[in-house]
Structures are given as structure tokens and as C-alpha cells.
Design a protein around this ligand. Structure first.
Ligand SMILES: *[C@@H]1O[C@H](CO)[C@@H](O)[C@H](O)[C@H]1NC(C)=O
Ligand SMILES: *[C@@H]1O[C@H](CO)[C@@H](O)[C@H](O)[C@H]1NC(C)=O
Ligand SMILES: *[C@@H]1O[C@H](CO)[C@@H](O)[C@H](O)[C@H]1NC(C)=O
Ligand SMILES: *[C@@H]1O[C@H](CO)[C@@H](O)[C@H](O)[C@H]1NC(C)=O
Ligand SMILES: *[C@@H]1O[C@H](CO)[C@@H](O)[C@H](O)[C@H]1NC(C)=O
Length: 424
């Protein structure tokens, strides 16, 4: 009897003790998670606000997008509203800061000439006014390979080879395997276009269906050698386990951060490293993790939100970032409350209070919806009626409507007006 009592008493003490250990352990884990990855940390922890001291120092930034020239009817409206929101943002920016808009595309089309964009010119110094810069970039699907010589056409303008840093074997593989994949160029411009943007302190790599907010005017990432990544939506439990296993197959490390977005804000060097490894990972995934029927998109979205070929570039980025965080100790932080924010939020105080830097059109029919906008459903709304509404929803709506009512020349003129004001 007495023999069994002693262990029992002992156990009674052990259980609360274990619970305390578990609680402390969990607390420590959460703390590490917070400080190490910043996922749950408040925004101001990784954002530096413009101060009088920062005002007078030069900050050089660029917004980078890929623009498919042959689908102008579909995408020009997005370029217009991005451009409109970019110059709106500049009204609030310090006079000594410079934020360029850089567009990688195949043709210096009339639209870009009317917008006042300049072509194939890298920023030279910090006093040059803010510019819209076009860099002529041959998209992967147009990099034909000569069947006799095996030579691949890589440049739009062979006199400007120095603008791009092309890994030719990889370019060939991308052409053979991924030329029909829709988002390949928006990653590839960051890998190959490094010479065109390494000048900047910070870059924002983004899609074109976005809006730059007024808050972007005042905030830069806290770490000069860091990068903030936006919101992704691909991480089911299945995918997290599968991607961790694929990282092991590739002999890559895997930090385990889920849902890494396609918008990046920070160091050009880090962005370029991520893009380069993302391309390698995409080629690996293409060859090893998708059956032909999946690659040919015959399954549609049947497997979503689990394994889905349509978000291949996201899986690639996931593998690249989770590897680089460990292997090269790059400072990458998730900022899913700052970037890729919703255009449907009606809260009057949200943009200001939560430092939303960048709005991204999601798949929605709610206001502001890019689909409804393109169908002309908002044409009856006069943008002036939105002036006093400080919500993200109204901001996106006003920028889009105004940009549609203005001619391209007028938009270009607005930029020149702002530029002439920046004489520091
Ligand atoms: C710095 O910028 C802020 C906001 O643009 C402005 O209010 C402030 O006067 C500026 N300070 C200096 C010293 O220029
Ligand atoms: C900066 O570059 C612009 C454009 O090339 C040039 O006109 C200007 O003189 C340069 N300014 C300085 C201070 O070098
Ligand atoms: C895997 O990576 C480690 C560390 O980078 C390296 O030492 C090892 O040789 C690699 N193994 C293979 C099979 O590539
Ligand atoms: C990352 O940031 C920390 C400071 O938070 C810094 O000490 C470290 O050098 C940075 N790492 C790199 C690779 O720049
Ligand atoms: C916006 O607010 C100002 C000042 O409160 C007011 O005078 C103006 O009429 C308002 N404009 C609209 C379109 O509601």
C-alpha cells in the first residue's frame, strides 16, 4: 500500500509542475517567434517613420513591376491607377526623397511616352527628379531558341546588355519549361534586372493591380539590410508539410514561415537573392512535384487550397525565403499587415492607424473590385464625392476613377509638376 502511495503523491506534484513547464515553454516559443520573425509584432517595430532628421537625408526608392505589353487593353487601366497613386503618395513625401516607378516591358509604347516615362536609363544621382523608367525586357515566352544554332534571343536591345544580368542556362530552362507560366516574368525581372535597381536603398517589388498609399510616403523598413514580405494565401497544412519535405529533397534549409507574399519591400540585394533562388525552386517543382496534367492546368482549381500549379511562384518564393533565412541569415520579415492590404476596407481610420503602405486587389466583387471597375460598374461615381472618405476602399476607388478620367499626358504633367517642386 505505502509503496503505491508515494508515487501517487509524487505524481500529484508532477502534473502541475509539467503544466508550468509547458506554459513557460510555450511563452518562450512565442517570444522567440515574435522577436525572431516579427510575425506578431506591431508594425512600428520594423518600420522607420520619416522624422525631421530623416527628411533631410536622401532616401532612394523604386517601385518595380512587370508589364505585359501585348495585353494593354487589360492592364493599362492598372498602370494608370498605380501611376496615379504613386504621384498622390509623392505629395506627402519629403523633398529630399526620391521614389521612381520602374516598368519592365517589351515596348516603349505610345502610352508610356505619353506618361512621360524615360527609357533604359538607370538613375544617376539622388538629385534627379522622380521618374517613370521603362526598361526594355524580353519576356521569357518570347526568348526563342534557334533550332540550328541553339542560340537564345535574350534582349530586346542588344546594345543595352549591361542592364540585365542573365544566367543563360537558366534562361533556356525557363523558356523550355515555364514560358507559359503567367507570373514567371515578375520574378525574373528581379533576378535579371539587378543592375537597373541596385542603386536604390529600398525597392518595392509588386504586381500592377495595386495602390501606393500616402503612408508609403513616410515609412521605410527599419533594417537597412532587411526586406519585408507581404501576404500570401497558399499555406494549407498539407502544403506546409509538403514544402518542408521538398526543401529536404533539395538539400535546402527550411525555417517554416508560411504564407509569404509576392510583394517585397526592402533591400535590392535581398530581393535579387530571393528571386534567383525562387526561379531555381520553380524549376525543381516543375520537374519533380507536378504531373503533366497539373502543369497543363487540366485540373483547374480542383486541388486548391492544397497543391495548385497556379501558385507555383509562391511555392518557389516560400522555399527560397525559408532557405535564405537560415543559409545566408538574410533579414526577411513578414509584414502582412502593411503590404498587400485589402481594397474593400471601409474603416476611416485603418490606413492611418495601421500604417497600411500598399493595397492589392484581391479576387472580390466587393467595392473596390478591379473586375467591377473594368466592367464600368463604378462609372457613375464621381471621384470628388470620395475626397473626405479616408478609407482604403474610397482611396482605391478615387485613384482608379481619377486615373481613368485623366489623359495619359495629364498624368505625366502631374508628375512633372511635382518634380519641379523638388529642387533639393
Ligand atoms: C519633415 O517632414 C515632415 C512631414 O513632411 C514636416 O512636417 C516637417 O516639417 C519636416 N521637417 C523638416 C525639418 O523639414
Ligand atoms: C544628376 O543627374 C542628372 C541627370 O543625368 C543631371 O542632369 C544632373 O546634373 C546630375 N546632378 C548632379 C549633382 O550630378
Ligand atoms: C547539403 O548541404 C550541406 C550544407 O550546405 C552540404 O554540406 C552538403 O554537402 C549538401 N549535400 C548534398 C547531397 O548536396
Ligand atoms: C540583420 O539585422 C541584424 C540587426 O537586427 C544585424 O545585426 C545583422 O547584421 C543583419 N544581417 C544581415 C545579413 O545583414
Ligand atoms: C469635405 O469636407 C469639407 C470640410 O469638412 C466640406 O467643406 C466639404 O463640403 C466636404 N466635401 C464633400 C464632397 O463631402
Amino acid at each position: 500500500m505505502s509503496l503505491s502511495i508515494a508515487p501517487y503523491k509524487h505524481r500529484k506534484l508532477t502534473i502541475p509542475f509539467l503544466i508550468i513547464i509547458i506554459l513557460i515553454g510555450t511563452y518562450l516559443l512565442v517570444q522567440t517567434f515574435n522577436s525572431g520573425l516579427g510575425i506578431l509584432a506591431p508594425a512600428n517595430r520594423y518600420l522607420l517613420k520619416q522624422t525631421s532628421q530623416l527628411n533631410s537625408s536622401f532616401v532612394r526608392r523604386a517601385i518595380l513591376v512587370f508589364y505585359p505589353t501585348n495585353q494593354e487593353a487589360h492592364y493599362l487601366s492598372e498602370i494608370r491607377w498605380l501611376y496615379r497613386s504613386w504621384i498622390e503618395m509623392m505629395k506627402y513625401e519629403s523633398k529630399s526623397w526620391r521614389t521612381d516607378l520602374i516598368i519592365y516591358t517589351e515596348r516603349y509604347s505610345l502610352s508610356f511616352q505619353q506618361l512621360g516615362c524615360i527609357v533604359n536609363e538607370i538613375r544617376k544621382n539622388e538629385t534627379e527628379p522622380p521618374q517613370c523608367r521603362i526598361f526594355l525586357y524580353l519576356r521569357i515566352s518570347n526568348r526563342k531558341i534557334n533550332s540550328v544554332t541553339n542560340h537564345q534571343t535574350i534582349f530586346v536591345d542588344t546594345n543595352k546588355k549591361e542592364l540585365f544580368n542573365v544566367n543563360i542556362p537558366r534562361s533556356t530552362l525557363l523558356y523550355r519549361h515555364l514560358s507559359t507560366y503567367g507570373y514567371i516574368d515578375s520574378v525574373n525581372i528581379i533576378a535579371e534586372g539587378y543592375p537597373t535597381f541596385k542603386y536604390y536603398d529600398f525597392i518595392l517589388k509588386t504586381d500592377i493591380d495595386v495602390f501606393i498609399t500616402k503612408q508609403f510616403a513616410k515609412f521605410i523598413p527599419f533594417e537597412h539590410n532587411g526586406l519585408l514580405v507581404g501576404r500570401g494565401g497558399y499555406s494549407s497544412d498539407f502544403n506546409n508539410r509538403r514544402l518542408a519535405r521538398i526543401a529536404r529533397d533539395m538539400n535546402w534549409t527550411h525555417q517554416g514561415i508560411p504564407n509569404i507574399g509576392s510583394t517585397w519591400y526592402g533591400s535590392p540585394y535581398i530581393a535579387q537573392r530571393i528571386a534567383t533562388l525562387t526561379l531555381d525552386a520553380m524549376l525543381h517543382l516543375y520537374n519533380n512535384e507536378f504531373a503533366r496534367a497539373e502543369r497543363e492546368q487540366k485540373l483547374g482549381t480542383l486541388l486548391w487550397p492544397d497543391w495548385h500549379y497556379g501558385v507555383l511562384s509562391m511555392y518557389g518564393t516560400h522555399l527560397a525565403v525559408n532557405h535564405l533565412l537560415i543559409s545566408e541569415k538574410l533579414n526577411v520579415t513578414k509584414a502582412d499587415q502593411l503590404l498587400d492590404q485589402s481594397t474593400t476596407n471601409p474603416d476611416q481610420f485603418d490606413l492611418e492607424k495601421n500604417n497600411r503602405l500598399h493595397l492589392h486587389c484581391w479576387h472580390t466583387e466587393k467595392k473596390f473590385s478591379k473586375f467591377q471597375f473594368k466592367l464600368g460598374q463604378y462609372n457613375q461615381i464621381h471621384p470628388r464625392t470620395l475626397l473626405n472618405d479616408s478609407s482604403a476602399q474610397a482611396y482605391a476607388m478615387r485613384m482608379a476613377l481619377e486615373s481613368g478620367l485623366m489623359s495619359l499626358e495629364e498624368l505625366g504633367q502631374r508628375l512633372r509638376d511635382i518634380s519641379s517642386n523638388r529642387t533639393i
